[in-house]
Design a protein around this ligand. Structure first.
Ligand code: MG
Length: 159
């Protein structure tokens, strides 16, 4: 099959004293995401979508959070590793779609930079990368600002 599709989902807790990094963009906010790496929840969901499309498992398998090598890791750097794995199996990215679920802060103004970051790392044009953000109308853990979640869908093709 030339074209394959994968889905990814991730959640990180919002805490004080951490940076809020989404798709490699540091977003000014009073809270940031807690995690072993930089906790870039959107990039994590995207990596799982890419690995899923290639049937290569998940990021927990490739980058265990018990490994000190990944402490504070730049998730865009991990995305480079995922892209190398895909390339070694003959895959290139077709397009991706990422949804970030956060009550606050408003992410609209940061989305162009997020798309640019991802397009560079995925080796595709920006029109192959969509990033969108939604609230949950104050419902659930995202709505109560306890955490941020992200979904991603990726289409990959045999080059
Ligand atoms: Mg994660």
């Amino acid at each position: 099959m030339r074209m394959r599709i994968g889905h990814g989902y991730d959640v990180h807790r919002l805490v004080e004293g951490r940076a809020l990094i989404l798709c490699g963009v540091t977003v000014p906010h009073t809270l940031g995401l807690l995690g072993h790496s930089d906790a870039d929840v959107a990039t994590h969901a995207l990596m799982d979508a890419l690995l899923g499309a290639a049937a290569l498992g998940d990021i927990g398998r490739h980058f265990p959070d018990t490994d000190p090598a990944y402490e504070g890791a730049d998730s865009l750097g991990l995305l480079d590793h995922v892209m190398a794995l895909l390339a070694s199996r003959g895959y290139a990215v077709g397009n991706v779609d990422v949804t970030i679920i956060a009550q606050r802060p408003k992410l609209k103004d940061f989305i162009p930079r997020m798309r640019k970051n991802l397009a560079q790392r995925l080796h595709v044009d920006e029109d192959c990368v969509n990033v969108k953000a939604t609230t949950t109308e104050k419902l659930g853990f995202e709505g109560e600002q306890l955490g941020i979640s992200a979904h991603a869908v990726a289409c990959i093709v045999k080059a």
